[in-house]
Structures are given as structure tokens and as C-alpha cells.
Design a binder for this molecule. Structure first.
Ligand code: NAG
Ligand code: NAG
Ligand code: NAG
Ligand code: NAG
Ligand code: NAG
Length: 454
């Protein structure tokens, strides 16, 4: 841009332009040269005086920072204080009174002093956090004599995501805390999204209050009573829980928490008894989407039983649009009794889900009997009465134990019964050339049914 025309733009307009450029993510490695002068927004101030004025008049240009920092190679003892921390420090100094948004991705095998100093800088500014997103999965840590890493939820915080993995998952290392003590009924928290991985322990106050929280993602190893957390957030609409096979605190309690606005519930679990404990502790009268991914120890079918009873207790059998149940457990580890037990349980549950649009099932729970149960008999095809899940549009079956002709008959029957069905996804390995093998299915797909492999 030529100087003459650059000087014609008003400060307001310039600010808008610079603000758009300001959020560019920067990716740097250990040996990258960092030249703050060449980066937005400082580079703009070198163009002319009026641009410089705009940059210096608007500290809000210095509020969004996205750093992807990769530490490569062996760390030498007494490594230099890294340029990257100086850089972040200078950046933060430019906007001392504004709220900040920071994405920090720290890649590297070892949790190095430069990671530590970047995190410390960010943590020292906790009072002005607005949106915070930190990811760090080191595999090794040298010192264990550091203080815990504590992320404090300021009342200004709108969203926070902490993904601390790798070595942080080990008990012998530096603990990571999310301190929610500042969020009590006395302070109006603005938090809308809260997303923490395993290994992040929560510190909560006697009466935690997160009245604006909508999206919550956490795992059961948070070190405090998960039901107390749920009680603190009456407005959550979306909940994702990772259930670990460790004992949970507060497990003895048998109260049930109502989550009146929850529409989407996803559970990833490695222990079905803990899953059922969770499912039995909540009621969700607005639930539309429920997803369970069970990949650990399955001794009983408490997980499925828990789902059925949650749906009935919440009175959402008709409201539910989407159901996904995946068991990533090898068939060989499932006792034969469970195979039989599940079938009747699954049938009872599916029979009630008259509004279901999407059904995704995976693992030993999908057998010939279930698929036959989902097949629409020709004499029922005129109306929906009597058909199971008559509105189902999308179906997915993976890692099943089903004969091809049975699944083919089910698909064709549902398509022929009124074309409510739109798409079916099947496992690539089990059904490699399914569309070509089954004549009835082939003609459905010629008529428009979408068949895909997953
Ligand atoms: C300043 O840096 C930004 C981001 O790298 C770039 O888009 C912009 O063109 C640069 N402006 C000048 C005047 O160098
Ligand atoms: C939460 O974080 C995970 C990864 O850590 C990400 O995949 C997911 O989309 C995030 N969810 C929300 C609601 O931000
Ligand atoms: C289910 O959980 C397992 C293990 O936690 C994970 O590897 C897999 O990707 C998950 N599947 C889905 C569909 O989320
Ligand atoms: C299905 O619905 C009936 C009647 O509403 C109820 O009695 C039964 O418990 C439900 N079964 C399941 C498995 O949800
Ligand atoms: C405990 C339980 O529900 N068992 C059931 C397992 O499935 C068989 C047949 O499908 C039923 O007869 C059992 O009651």
C-alpha cells in the first residue's frame, strides 16, 4: 500500500484492519528467530506515523495470541532463557489492562524450562483471562520440585480448555489444578465453555456456581465430587464425560441431579460400573443426543441398563434423536451370558425410541437378533405403527457379529417401507463390497440410499 493512500484511512478503519490480522497463529521451534518488529501488529507501525499511532492507541490489538511452540532436540543444561518467553512477556506488556485470549500449544518430548516460563507468564496474568486454551503432552520431566501448576478461573473468563497429558497423567509428577474457588455465588462468573482433560484436578469452593456454563467437558479423575460440579452448572447444554476406571470421590452418594437444559450427553468410559453410576445420578429432561463409548472392562451390562433407565427417568424416550452405543471390547472378553442378556435389554430400549433419527451401534451388542428386530415387516410398511425406530434416517453398524443377508434384509426393508432411511454406514472390513453383493440393497442404492464404509 502506498503511503499517500495509507494515510487516508481513518484510525477506526485501520484499527479494524489491524485487528483482523492480529490473531494469526504463529508456529515456532526451539531455533526459530523471533522478530517482534516483523509481526503483526508491530510491523504495521513501521509503515508510517499514522499507522504507528493507531497501533499504540489500541492495546486491544495485543490481546489475542496463538503460539504453537515446538521444542526439538536434546536440552542442554543451563539452556538460555528462551526468546519465546521474552516475546510473550513483551506482548502481554503491551495490553496491561485489557482481557486476553491465548492459545498455547507446547510440543516436545520433555517439559522444558521454556515451557515452564511460557506457562508461568500466562498464569501470572490470570486476572485478565478471557479465552484460554493450553495444550501440553510432554513425555518426560526432569524436576519434580516445582510447585503445582494452577490455572485460576477469573470472573472474566469466558472459556477455558486445558489439555494436559503425557507425564501429567502420572501420579508422581507435578499436579495440575483448575482452581474454581473464585467462582462462587458471590461472584458472577461468565464462563460458558469449560474443557479439561484427564490429569487436571479441580479445586472447588463450598458453593461453586457456574450459572452461565453451557459446554462442559471433564473426566472423572477431577479430584472432587462430580455431582457437586453438575449442581453448580444448571444451564449446561452439552456434556462430555470421560469415565476412568479409578475410584471416584463422592461415589457413595445416591442423589440425582437434574440437568434441565442438557441436550447432548457423551460418555467415553473405561469402566462400565462407573458409567452406570454416572448415568444413574442424573436426569436430563431435554436430552436429544446420547453417546456412549465403552472401551474398558465390561463385566455386566450396567452401561446399557443405565442408559435405558436414564431415558425413562428423564421421560425422553420420544424426544431422543440420536443414539450411539459403541463397545470397543473384544468379543472374546465378553461372557456368553452377556450376549444374550444384552439382546433383550437393547430391544426393550429401542422399542421405546419412537423419535430416533440417528442410530449408531458398535460391538457385540449388534447381533442377528437386534438387526432382525430393526427389520420392518412388509405388512407394517404402509404405516409406521409397530415399526421400531420408524423415523431412523441414518444408521451405522460396526464391529458386529451379523450375517450379511440379515443386515441386507434389514436395510432393504427400511428403505422399501417409505424411504425414511437415507444413509447406512458399515464397517469396511466386515462388509467390503456390500453394495455389490446384495441385490436388494443394490437396487436401494440405485434409487438413492447412501451406503458408505467406515
Ligand atoms: C504484518 O504481518 C502480518 C501477519 O504476518 C501480515 O499479514 C502483514 O502483511 C504485515 N504487514 C506489513 C505492513 O508488513
Ligand atoms: C474440548 O477439547 C477437546 C480436545 O482436548 C476437543 O476435541 C473438543 O472439541 C473440545 N470441546 C469443546 C466443547 O471445546
Ligand atoms: C472410543 O474410545 C476409544 C478409547 O477411548 C477411542 O480410541 C475411540 O476413538 C473412541 N471412538 C469414538 C467413535 O469416539
Ligand atoms: C419402555 O416404555 C415403557 C412404557 O413407557 C416402560 O414401562 C419401560 O420401562 C420402557 N423400557 C425401557 C427399556 O426403557
Ligand atoms: C439379567 C437379564 O436381563 N437377563 C436376560 C438376558 O437375556 C435373556 C434372553 O434374551 C433373558 O431371558 C434374561 O432375562
Amino acid at each position: 500500500m502506498a503511503h499517500s493512500s495509507s494515510q487516508l484511512l481513518s484510525d477506526d478503519l485501520l484499527y479494524l484492519i489491524f485487528a483482523n490480522v492480529g490473531a494469526i497463529p504463529m508456529s515456532i521451534g526451539t531455533f526459530s528467530q523471533i522478530d517482534i518488529q516483523k509481526m503483526a501488529p508491530l510491523n504495521f507501525s513501521q509503515v508510517c506515523r499514522s499507522w504507528r499511532t493507531t497501533v499504540s492507541l489500541h492495546p486491544t490489538l495485543w490481546t489475542t495470541i496463538h503460539i504453537k511452540y515446538a521444542h526439538y532436540g536434546e536440552l542442554k543444561d543451563g539452556a538460555n532463557a528462551p526468546a519465546i518467553s521474552n516475546f510473550l512477556g513483551k506482548w502481554l506488556q503491551r495490553s496491561p489492562y485489557t482481557l486476553i485470549e491465548c492459545h498455547l500449544d507446547l510440543y516436545g518430548y520433555e517439559f522444558t524450562p521454556d515451557f515452564d516460563s511460557l506457562l508461568s507468564l500466562l498464569l501470572s496474568e490470570w486476572c485478565r483471562w478471557k479465552n484460554i486454551d493450553v495444550r501440553c503432552h510432554p513425555r518426560r520431566m526432569r524436576t519434580n520440585d516445582r510447585d503445582p501448576i494452577i490455572f485460576r478461573c477469573s470472573p472474566t473468563l469466558k472459556s477455558i480448555r486445558l489439555e494436559m497429558g503425557g507425564i501429567f497423567n502420572s501420579q508422581h509428577n507435578i499436579p495440575v489444578f483448575l482452581d474454581l474457588a473464585p467462582c462462587t455465588t458471590l461472584v458472577t462468573s461468565q464462563l460458558r465453555g469449560l474443557n479439561t482433560s484427564t490429569a487436571v484436578k479441580w479445586l472447588i469452593h463450598d458453593s461453586p456456581s457456574l450459572p452461565t456454563l453451557r459446554e462442559l467437558r471433564l473426566s472423572t479423575d477431577l479430584g472432587c465430587d462430580i455431582l457437586a460440579v453438575f449442581s453448580a452448572c444448571p444451564k449446561i447444554t452439552s456434556l462430555f464425560v470421560t469415565v476412568l476406571g479409578e475410584p471416584q470421590t463422592g461415589e457413595i452418594q445416591s442423589r440425582s441431579i437434574i440437568l434441565p437444559r442438557l441436550t447432548s450427553l457423551e460418555i467415553r468410559s473405561s469402566h462400565d460400573l462407573h458409567t452406570s453410576h454416572l448415568l444413574n445420578s442424573i436426569s436430563c429432561p431435554s436430552l436429544q443426543k446420547l453417546s456412549l463409548n465403552e472401551s474398558g472392562i465390561v463385566t455386566t451390562l450396567q452401561g446399557i441398563r443405565g442408559i435405558a433407565s436414564l431415558l425413562s427417568r428423564s421421560n425422553v424416550n420420544r424426544l431422543l434423536c440420536e443414539l450411539e452405543i459403541r463397545y470397543y471390547v473384544p468379543m472374546s472378553r465378553i461372557k456368553p451370558d452377556l450376549h444374550r442378556e444384552n439382546t433383550s435389554l437393547m430391544m426393550d430400549m429401542l422399542r421405546n425410541l419412537s423419535g430416533l433419527k440417528k442410530l449408531k451401534l458398535s460391538g457385540f451388542i449388534v447381533n442377528d437378533d437386534i438387526v432382525k428386530f430393526l427389520t420392518i415387516r412388509p405388512d407394517l410398511s404402509r404405516g409406521d405403527a409397530g415399526a421400531v425406530c420408524p423415523l431412523a434416517k441414518e444408521m451405522e453398524f460396526t464391529f458386529t457379529n451379523v450375517k450379511r443377508e440379515i443386515i441386507g434384509a434389514m436395510i432393504a426393508s427400511r428403505w422399501e417401507a417409505g424411504k425414511k432411511l437415507r444413509s447406512v454406514a458399515l464397517n469396511r472390513v466386515e462388509f467390503p463390497d456390500f453394495a455389490d453383493e446384495d441385490e436388494r440393497v443394490r437396487s436401494c442404492s440405485e434409487e438413492g440410499l447412501i451406503l458408505s464404509k467406515c
